[in-house]
Structure formats: structure tokens, C-alpha cells
Design a protein around this ligand. Structure first.
Ligand SMILES: Nc1ncnc2c1ncn2[C@@H]1O[C@H](COP(=O)(O)OP(=O)(O)OP(=O)(O)O)[C@@H](O)[C@H]1O
Length: 282
């Protein structure tokens, strides 16, 4: 097959485009050592441009979730800094910018209907009902669940529950969407469908997104850039740019270029998983 292989460092074209946009997130020599002494991340430097869809992938325990939580300001770096839109990440929420975090579990309130679940972050922020309700309806419509707004979570499939979780994130109108293996528990068909919808949502809003997955196919399909991490301690192993037209669909999945990206990424993941790459002592 003659499909061109993906470029390793950002190629000049993409680098120029990324340079045109302000950085949404800057990870500046951020390191994480947990209280028990586990060195989860060696100092990491990573700049995420506004509007990027960046995916973190790597062997189990390489620090993907830790890096995502650092970016989310859910945990603090042991050293180094995280900046959001060139400001301290602790300031976010106070400057009109916000983030939403989607976890692997949809974490819905079982006793509350879909619309009430989606309204939760707005209720917590004391947004008046008159303002909140249209945003809730819009978010539910965006994930294709308008007909289920008055249903309870127990009446929904796993994929639909995850859509509710995404709607809840979108209702807050975030500037930064962080997703930690959101579709990892779903079957492949449902996962592909949600990936199709997610890429459309991302494309409509150009919402800066940081996504964690174990799936090579999902990473290649969704991302503008993929960061491969290696473990012990977690660090950036390689970066792959997926410079393909958006929004992507089944034609991209079926293309020779998609297969070439996946093959290359698979090789990199295998290399990142070797003990010599992980820095583990034999
Ligand atoms: N709260 C914690 N306290 C101590 N060690 C932790 C803590 N959270 C994570 N770790 C350790 O930090 C390392 C990175 O964990 P992390 O969950 O970020 O990896 P991951 O790449 O997301 O893993 P997976 O792919 O299995 O979800 C692991 O060695 C893990 O055991």
C-alpha cells in the first residue's frame, strides 16, 4: 500500500496553522510525584492550541489520566506549571472560560430525568431556570436525545447514558473539553457512532478537546494530534499529526491513509511499551 505515512514532528503546514491560534493549554515542565512516592509523570512540556483535538494514548499506567487531571486542575503538579489561555489554571471559571470533564462512567443521578441530569452543573452554578432550560434543551438536541429528555437513566442504553454525560458537559458551554476514556466501556459499533457524533460536535464548535483512549482506531479517527506516552515515569514518547479533512466519516475509516496511520501508531505503541522505552530497570 502506498498511502503516505504520518509525519512524526508537526509538519511545517500544521505547525503554521497551530501557531496562528493562541495556546489553550500550556503544560510547562509539569511533573507529578504522588504522596506514596510514585513518579507518575516526569517533567512534561506540551502546548495545546485552541481548537485542537488532542489525544493521549499509551500503555497502562503511563500517566494519561494523571496528565488529564493536571490539565483539569483536579490535582496539582509536584513541580512545573499548567497555564490556560496564558493564565494560571486556578483562575479558570473566574474569567468567563470553563472546562468540562467527561469520565468513563456516565455518573448520572439515577432518580433524576435526563433533562435534570443535564441541568445539574447549571443548577450548581445558580443559573436561573429561564436561562438554563434553553441551554439544556440545546445540549440534549446536540447529542440526539430530544425524544428522551423526560426519561430516567435506567430507561437508556449505555451509549445513550454516555450521550447524556456529554450533553451535561456541553450545557456548561465549556472552552475546554476533557474526556477520560469516555467510550471505553461501550461495544465497538456504539463507540464508532459516538465517535462520529463527537467529531461533528467538535467541528461545529471547534472546542479544544483533550481525549484519553486505549483505542488506536479511535485516536486516529478523532484527533488532530496524538501524543504517545511511555511509562515509568510517564513522559511524551512521540507525537503524530493527523492532517486529514474534517469532519471525518466512514470514508476516512475505510481509507488506506487511515490504515497507514493506525499501523504506524501501533508500532509506536509497541515501542513505547518496551521496558527499554519505559525506563523500567530490567
Ligand atoms: N492517587 C494516586 N496515588 C498514587 N499513585 C497513583 C495515583 N493515581 C495514579 N497513580 C499511579 O500513577 C501512575 C499513572 O497512573 P494513571 O492512572 O495516570 O495512568 P494511565 O495511563 O491513565 O493508566 P490506565 O491506562 O491504566 O488508565 C500509575 O503508576 C498509577 O498507579
Amino acid at each position: 500500500m502506498n498511502a503516505p505515512l504520518p509525519s512524526d514532528p508537526l509538519d511545517a503546514h500544521i505547525a503554521r496553522r497551530a501557531a496562528d491560534r493562541p495556546p489553550a493549554v500550556e503544560v510547562l515542565s509539569a511533573e507529578k510525584i504522588f504522596a506514596n512516592g510514585t513518579r507518575a509523570l516526569a517533567p512534561i512540556d506540551l502546548t495545546i492550541a485552541e481548537g485542537e483535538f488532542l489525544t493521549l494514548i499509551g500503555p497502562s499506567g503511563c500517566g494519561k489520566s494523571t496528565l488529564l487531571k493536571l490539565i483539569a486542575n483536579l490535582i496539582q503538579p509536584s513541580d512545573g506549571r499548567i497555564l490556560w489561555w496564558r493564565g494560571d489554571s486556578g483562575q479558570v471559571g473566574q474569567d468567563g472560560r470553563g472546562l468540562a470533564f467527561v469520565f468513563q462512567e456516565p455518573t448520572l443521578m439515577p432518580w433524576a430525568r435526563v433533562d435534570t441530569n443535564v441541568r445539574l452543573p447549571l443548577d450548581l452554578a445558580d443559573v436561573p431556570r429561564g436561562k438554563a432550560d434553553p441551554r439544556v434543551s440545546d445540549a440534549i438536541a446536540r447529542v440526539g436525545l430530544s425524544a428522551f429528555a423526560r426519561h430516567y437513566p435506567r430507561q437508556l442504553s449505555g451509549g445513550m447514558k454516555m450521550r447524556v454525560s456529554i450533553a451535561r458537559a456541553l450545557a456548561t458551554d465549556p472552552n475546554l473539553l476533557l474526556m477520560d476514556e469516555p467510550f471505553g466501556a461501550l461495544d465497538e459499533f456504539t463507540r464508532n457512532k459516538l465517535d462520529d457524533d463527537l467529531i461533528k460536535l467538535w467541528w461545529e464548535r471547534k472546542l479544544t478537546t483533550v481525549f484519553v483512549t486505549h483505542s488506536i482506531y479511535e485516536a486516529v479517527f478523532l484527533s488532530t494530534r496524538i501524543v504517545v506516552l511511555a511509562a515509568n515515569p510517564g513522559r511524551i514518547f512521540r507525537t503524530m499529526t493527523i492532517d486529514e479533512p474534517q469532519p471525518r466519516g466512514q470514508d476516512f475509516r475505510d481509507s488506506a491513509r487511515f490504515a497507514a496511520y493506525c499501523r504506524e501508531l501501533s508500532t509506536w505503541l509497541a515501542e513505547a511499551s518496551l521496558p527499554s522505552a519505559s525506563g523500567a530497570t530490567p
